[in-house]
Design a protein around this ligand. Structure first.
Ligand SMILES: *Cc1c(COP(=O)(O)O)cnc(C)c1O
Length: 344
């Protein structure tokens, strides 16, 4: 099946909104085409709807073509677009791993699309056959997340490959945490897999969650459809400008990344030495999942000491678990110190 046959009929036949900025690119002296205010405030002009500068920077950084890049208002925009592009409300469904990032399910509910969850095994490993067995002829999307949130581990490369090659629909692979992982991820396999959509973000390793910049990398047919459906000016001028600046400073990025990684290893070792912590799960991300003697009590006592972590105690497969983001050395030390002092 061709990827383009997977789009909903209304998307295939859609004529997108054409902005004033679509008709002319490049520099021009007098712009009277977009009903903008002529007085310069540095923000009086509409932003580039195609984010050409940012895409060129990311294309160079990742070694891919700019036609394979979608820029969204966070990864969440790309997740929502997957449903709008591929799933008929009240008819189609998506299959996801569990436990995982909550937005896949929320976006399914908002779009009135069925959502099925397949539990990872006790080691939080992915079983491709089990996931494929949960699909039917109305399954249009598979969601996998590697390294996975909240478990922190990379999923098996060969199981992910198997999903992509065996499934007739779209596989969305969320690599929000891939920069923290030992493995480089699947970006290098994009050309081989026309049904693969890889999500990455500038919110985590790049350190600009406040700007809201997420990426989808995929075949140009999929990127083209996402571009047709998105709000024309989805990324504002300040964000485009700042994201380019940040993405160009690769050395600063690597320095911060290295310190987060070394703090992760130090924090994991310290957590292992605490009696109340029963298990410290291996992490390929910037957080550590721990199983505790009493998650709710520890969570509350940390809060009383001005420290917040993520309580995952009520998540199936994460009973007793807290998800702890790797902080600065000072923050991590304070956490460890407080954990040691807590009375259960
Ligand atoms: C944090 C996170 C994201 C990033 O979302 P943004 O909208 O880009 O900030 C995406 N996926 C997962 C699994 C995450 O944990």
């Amino acid at each position: 099946m061709k990827t383009t046959d997977l789009f909903r009929a209304n998307i295939r036949s859609l004529t997108p909104y054409s902005t004033a900025r679509d008709e002319f690119q490049g520099t021009i002296d007098i712009r009277l085409d977009a009903n903008e205010n002529p007085y310069n405030t540095a923000l009086n002009r509409y932003p580039d709807p195609h984010q050409r500068g940012l895409k060129a920077t990311i294309a160079k950084l990742k070694g891919i073509d700019d036609q394979n890049i979608f820029v969204g208002n966070g990864s969440d925009e790309a997740i929502d677009l997957m449903y709008r592009l591929f799933c008929e409300p009240r008819l189609d469904n998506a299959v996801s791993i569990a436990p995982t990032y909550g937005m896949y399910k929320v976006a399914a509910r908002i779009n009135d699309v069925g959502f099925r969850e397949v539990q990872l095994d006790e080691g939080y490993r992915l079983d491709a056959d089990k996931m494929l067995a949960a699909t039917d002829s109305n399954t249009k999307l598979l969601f996998v997340c590697s390294p996975n949130n909240p478990t922190g581990n990379l999923l098996s490369r060969s199981e992910i490959d198997k999903l992509i090659t065996s499934f007739g629909g779209i596989v969305v692979l969320d690599e929000a945490y891939i920069d923290f992982a030992a493995d480089g991820g699947l970006l290098g396999s994009l050309e081989r897999y026309p049904n693969l959509v890889i999500l990455q973000t500038m919110s985590k390793a790049w350190g600009i969650a406040g700007l809201r910049v997420g990426f989808a990398f995929a075949d140009k047919a999929i990127i083209g459809a996402m571009t047709k459906v998105k709000y024309p000016y989805n990324i504002n001028s300040l964000t485009q400008q700042k994201a380019i600046e940040v993405a160009q400073r690769v050395e600063r990025f690597q320095t911060k990344l290295r310190s987060i990684l070394s703090e992760r290893e130090r924090l994991a070792t310290l957590l292992c030495s605490i009696d109340k912590i029963e298990c410290v799960y291996p992490s390929d991300s910037n957080f550590i999942l721990v199983k505790t003697a009493c998650a709710d009590t520890i969570y509350r006592q940390l809060l009383e000491n001005d420290i917040i972590v993520r309580n995952r105690n009520t998540t199936v497969g994460c009973e007793g678990c807290l998800r702890i983001t790797v902080g600065t050395k000072r923050e991590n030390n304070k956490l460890i110190d407080t954990l040691k002092r807590i009375k259960l």
